[in-house]
Design a protein around this ligand. Structure first.
Ligand SMILES: [Zn+2]
Length: 437
């Protein structure tokens, strides 16, 4: 079905029957029924006051989870609608099982001012079938030089600040940003890349970069900024979240810092555990991302970091690019791959089924409670009274990724044709089904 949002009639009720309800916020894992009245989760007693017959959804053999949150998504509006619009990105999210997505500020114009934030929020209300929460930039024009008006961005309703796609290099500027963010109670998200160390690197610096003669992007280029962020989180006593962690050294640094109580966290994207830099030998630009695919030892360290809780959040870094942009030489192609429609399948397949690194409860927690807590948003729970955002997941469903069928306006994925086990089969936002397999 086509994903679209609409208002639901007051007085309407839905019962999701006989599913395995997994609600990490309430430590709940049991087979049962879930009731929605109007657009909120409700108790059985509320049903008797309703005149109309409730809609029934059979969830036998399905997992009933709180609506999943992806806190790292690039929607390309304003500025690059040929890659993705807020509407098409939201449809991709719904098809992937996501009811809330957090969009990055590297649009054109960049989201470094309140009017662009207002425009994104309006556009999302008008056109998106899922909840779209904007972030604001740390620095004006993502230049890393002059701070964006962080207080005004907070008032405009951003859920965090980040220069994602870019990285503030000047540590004093970053310190001021973290201090301002603390004052207005906004988390800071950071794309960790030391420009001097990385230079013009396009693939992981190691065996394959040497063999292929491609400029290397060393793991130390990420780790130097992760370390900087740990120091600033301590100095400013404020949370910094390191986006798309890719290297073993970063995992080690974050693990040590968290053990000391530092307010630091890290997220993982599926491509960094599903693939290694060996994949770049065919020069296919769908294997070019930033940070790059790394070694097997790095991928193993990410898995260990997920297992022991060092890395607490799963996200896609959904980065749509048009075919004509990706179909160029490796050096010249833009970084990034789409991910909203494959990430849940990949993480279920790899983390739960294949490697047994975490159970279903923790996987759902990393997509709901963890991002909701970090961003201080009211989502990610099936509690009575909460907005009825629900994802129905078939954990055993075997399916094949078909990029040609994506809802996203772009198809730049390295996973086309992959056979995966587990996917979302229905996505409900505010009590209304916005997507169904
Ligand atoms: Zn990034």
């Amino acid at each position: 079905m086509k994903a679209e949002r609409g208002t639901i009639l007051p007085g309407s009720a839905t019962i999701i029957r006989n599913g395995r309800i997994i609600d990490p916020a309430n430590k709940r894992d049991e087979v049962g029924d879930l009731l929605i009245v109007d657009w909120k989760f409700a108790e059985g007693s509320q049903l008797s006051t309703k005149k109309s017959q409730p809609e029934e959804i059979d969830a036998t053999n399905l997992i009933v989870a709180p609506g999943l949150i992806d806190m790292h998504v690039h929607l390309r509006e304003p500025g690059f609608a040929q890659k993705e619009t807020i509407a098409s990105g939201a449809r991709a999210a719904a098809a992937g099982g996501f009811t809330t997505i957090v969009c990055m500020p590297n649009t054109s114009p960049p989201a470094d001012n309140p009017s662009t934030i207002a425009w994104i929020k309006d556009r999302a209300v008008e056109t998106a079938c899922v909840n779209v929460l904007p972030t604001g930039a740390i620095s004006r024009n993502l230049s890393g030089e002059e701070l964006a008006p962080i207080g005004l961005l907070a008032q405009a309703g951003v859920v965090a600040i980040t220069d994602d796609g870019h990285c503030v290099q000047n540590n004093a500027v970053m310190r001021r940003a973290v201090e301002y963010a603390r004052m207005v109670n906004l988390p800071v998200l950071d794309h960790c890349q030391d420009y001097n160390l990385v230079g013009n690197g396009v693939v992981h610096e190691g065996y394959w970069s040497t063999l292929l003669g491609l400029p290397g992007w060393p793991a130390a280029g990420e780790e130097a900024i992760v370390m900087r962020n740990i120091l600033l989180a301590e100095l400013c006593d404020h949370h910094i979240h390191c986006q798309h962690i890719s290297s073993a050294g970063s995992v080690r640094l974050i693990r040590e810092a968290r053990a000391r109580g530092v307010k630091i966290s890290g997220e993982v994207c599926p491509h960094h555990i599903a693939l290694t830099d060996e994949a770049v030998q065919n020069f296919d630009t769908n294997y070019k991302m930033n940070p790059p695919l790394r070694s097997q030892a790095d991928a193993d360290a990410l898995l260990a970091g997920i297992s022991d809780g060092t890395l607490s959040i799963l996200a896609s870094d959904h980065a749509p690019h048009a075919d004509f942009e990706k179909e160029v030489e490796f050096d010249a192609a833009p970084f990034g791959v789409v991910g909203l429609e494959t990430e849940l399948g990949l993480f279920l397949d790899l983390l739960v089924h294949k490697h047994g690194k975490i159970g279903m409860m923790r996987l759902i927690e990393m997509y709901t409670v963890e991002p909701a807590k970090l961003l201080k948003i009211d989502a990610g729970t099936l509690s009575v009274g909460a907005t009825a955002d629900v994802t129905l997941i078939d954990p055993q469903l075997e399916w094949t990724v078909c990029a040609g069928e994506f809802q996203s306006a772009s198809h730049n994925t390295p996973f086309d044709g992959w056979k995966l086990k587990g996917r979302a089969v229905r996505t409900i936002v505010g009590g209304k089904t916005v997507w169904k397999l």
